[in-house]
Design a protein around this ligand. Sequence first.
Ligand SMILES: C[S@@+](CC[C@H](N)C(=O)[O-])C[C@H]1O[C@@H](n2cnc3c(N)ncnc32)[C@H](O)[C@@H]1O
Length: 442
Amino acid sequence: MDTSFTELDQLVSLISTSVADLKAEYHPPKGLQQAVLVIQGACAQLSALVAPPQHTITIRGMDFLTSACLNVAVNAKVADHLLDNIDGLHVSKLAALTGIGQVNLSRVLRLLATKHIFREVSHNVFANNRLSITLLSYSPMSSLTGLCTDEILHSSTALYETITDPDPDNNLTAWSRSMKYPGPVWEWYQKVDPARAKRFGSAMTGFSSVVTFESTLYGFPWKTQPLGTKVCDLGGGVGHVSMHLAKACPQLHIVLQDLPHTIEQAKPLWQENASDIFCGQRVEFVPIDFLKGSPVSGCDFYFMKNVIHNWSDGDTNIIFSNIKQAMKSTSRLLIQEFVIQHVSREAAPGKPDSNDTSKVDLPNLLHGFISCPSPQAPEPLLPNYGEGRILPYYLDIAMMSFINSKERTLDEYRELGKYSGFELVKVWDCGETDIIEYKPVD
Ligand SMILES: C[S@@+](CC[C@H](N)C(=O)[O-])C[C@H]1O[C@@H](n2cnc3c(N)ncnc32)[C@H](O)[C@@H]1O
C-alpha cells in the first residue's frame, strides 16, 4: 500500500505542477500542450488507482452509452435549440422542439451533463457549455460526432467476431458484418446512403480542426525552405492544409493531387479563398489515383497528411512505390500521422534497454529541431500519457473496425518505408501527430 501512496502523491504533484505550467505557459503552445496532456493523463490514472476496480471496469464497459447519448443530442440538434437560451431551457420546451419525450430527453441530457457536455443549470433546465457548443449542427464537429456515434459505433459491435474469424480469406470488415453489407463502406455511402456520405465529408473537415493546420506549419521547417520549393500535397483533399502552408510560406509552390472529383472541388475554393496564389500560379491542380500512377515528378517534398492510416501495408507499398518513381534523389517523403506508442516504458537515453541498440537514440531520432513534449510522459504516468493521449488508440480501433486499416508505431513506419525503398531519417514533433521524414534509398 505504501507504494500506492507514493504513486498517489506523485500523481497529485504532477497535476499541481502541470496546472501551474498551464497558467504560466498559456501562450507558448508546446508548454501548454504538455501540461494539458499530463493533467488529463494524471487525473485518469489517479481515478483508476483509487476507485474500486469493479466500479471502474463497469464504468468502462458502459462508456458506449455516452456515445449513444451524444448521438441523440446531435440528431435532435439540442445544442442549436439552446443557442439563444444562455440561461437554459426547460426540458419540456426542448421536448417540443426535438420530438423526444421530456422524461427520456432529460435522462439523456443528465448523463451528458454528468460528463461535462451541457449544464443542468436548475432542475430539468439545460444550457450549452464549451463542450456542447461544438455540437452545433452547422459545425463539422457535429458531423464528426455523428460519424463516431453512428457508423463507427455500429462497426465496433462486430469487432470480436471479425477478428476471431478463422477464415483468412474473409476480409469482411466489422462494419460490413454489423451492417450486413458485403462491400466496403465507401460503396455503401455511394449506392445506399448519400446523406451519410455527405456527413462523412463534413466529418473529415471536423477532424482537421482536431489535428490543426498549425501542427503541420510549426512541426516542420517549411518557412526556411528556399524560394521555389515544390511541395506535392498528395491525397490533400481540397487543399485546406496546403492552402494555409502556401499563405504562410510565400516561397512554396504547391502541387495539389487527389482523386479527380476532389480536385475539381478544390479549384473554385482556391480561387475564392487564395486568389493571389491561384492567379499567381503558385498552385497546380493535378488529379491522380495514387494506387494506379505516380504523382508529379521532381517535387522537393511529397507530403501526405492523415492518408496512409487509411491503407493496408500492401496498398501503402503500392502508393510509396509510385511516389518513389517520381522522386529525385534529394526529394523527401513526409507522412503526417498519429504514431502509436507502446504502453511500456523505453529505457532512458544512455541506458540501453537489454541488447536492442536500435532503440538507444530513440529520443534524438524521435524529435526534430523544435522543443517538444517529452517523448515519454514523466513517471509515474503511463509513458504514452494514458488518457491524455487516448485519441490515436481510439482511431486505431476505429480504423480496424471500419476499413481494416490502422494507426502505426514508429517501428511499423520504419518497416513500411524500408519495404518500399525508403529510409526513415527523422521524426518531427507536431504535437498529437508527427511528421515522418523518409529519403529514397537504392
Ligand atoms: C482522410 S483524407 C485526408 C485529406 C487531407 N490530407 C487532410 O489531412 O485533411 C484522405 C484523402 O485521400 C484521398 N484519396 C483516397 N483514395 C485516393 C486515391 N486512390 N488517389 C488519390 N487520393 C485518394 C481522398 O480523396 C481524401 O482526400
